[in-house]
Design a protein around this ligand. Structure first.
Ligand code: HEC
Length: 145
């Protein structure tokens, strides 16, 4: 009898711990998804100012992007894949994953510098790098459902 009680108790504790963990991550998951959505919106908004060479607008947008990507690494705590589109393998390859995030951040920083110095080629090259990084990371680390 005692043993049974203990088992039920343990199971209950286990369930509680798991659900509270999931709750803990839900805000973080929401935050990273919103950050990516904002990044996507910024990226889409870029086509026009870039082809019109509107340096001031470009510079403003870029500084927002650099800020957003800077926050991303800490929005992927271990164990936070459940109920999100992040694949488990992110945490098996955290170094590669963080490296990709850093590359994206780096591309935005270069674009920011390019917009300050009005360097067209540096801007477009890094815009291309940033855009390519999206799909290449999604193919590996983002699930479709
Ligand atoms: C280092 C990897 C990586 C890079 C680089 C990356 N993403 Fe993502 N992205 C992810 C992962 C992982 C998710 C899934 C997030 C989740 O649901 O937990 C995601 C999700 C998204 C989402 C969906 C958010 C939602 O609510 O479902 C959008 C939109 C997005 N990314 C856009 C972009 C764009 C645009 C870029 C490039 C400028 C980009 N991402 C670069 C890894 C990356």
């Amino acid at each position: 009898m005692n043993k049974l009680y203990f088992t039920i108790c343990t199971l209950a504790a286990c369930t509680t711990t798991q659900s509270s963990l999931a709750e803990d991550f839900s805000n973080t998951i929401k935050q990273r998804q919103q950050t990516f959505k904002a990044i996507e919106a910024f990226i889409d908004d870029f086509e026009k100012p870039i082809s019109n060479i509107e340096w001031e607008i470009i510079n403003k947008k870029i500084s927002e992007l650099a800020k957003l990507t800077h926050q991303l690494p800490e929005l992927f705590p271990p164990g936070s894949s459940e109920d999100s589109k992040s694949k488990e393998k992110i945490w098996d390859s955290k170094q590669d994953f963080n490296h990709r995030l850093a590359e994206l951040n780096n591309a935005f920083n270069n674009m920011q510098q390019a917009s300050l110095e009005k360097k067209w080629q540096l801007l477009t090259e890094n815009y291309k790098i940033a855009k390519n990084s999206c799909n290449s990371c999604h193919r590996k680390y983002r699930s479709l459902w």
